[in-house]
Structures are given as structure tokens and as C-alpha cells.
Design a protein. Sequence first.
Length: 94
Amino acid sequence: MGKGDGKVYFRHVRSIDAEGKIGNMGGVTIAYQEIEDDVFKIAVAKCHPKDNFCKKIGRVKSTGRLNSTNLSHVVRTDWATLHAQFPKTLDEFN
């Protein structure tokens, strides 16, 4: 994976109810791209909790933000640390 290949990767984060079912309302899409070895550009698109979550729209919006200098962030870390820091559910996302 990665190594500065310019490919954009996505992580979709959803709410999970008490029964362990993934909710269809609200969510977050995280877009990330390795721009140099261990240097990542990251952007987020958040779906309103009253809206039906759509991965396609999340990918489009987060990619647009990834390409914006004002709406993206650059972090220095390795792949394993980056993935370990991603939230698993919306409750972890803040």
C-alpha cells in the first residue's frame, strides 16, 4: 500500500447501535494520500446525522477537500500508526 504512489484511500466511519448493527444515518468519510514516505495528506467529509449515509458522496466530498489547501491536513506518521488512529465508530470521532 501507498509509498507515495499518489493513490487516494478512504475509511468510512459509521454509527453502531447496541445490537452491533451499522446505522444508515450520518457518518464520516476520511480520505488520505501518502504524498512522501511517511507523510500523509488527510481530509474529512461528515454526513449530517439526519441524512442517509452515502459512501460515494463521502468519497467525492473528502477527495475535493483533500485537494484543497484550506480543508486538508498534512501529518508525518507511518501507515500502521495512521490506521491505528482512525476511529472505528462515530462515537470515537471528535
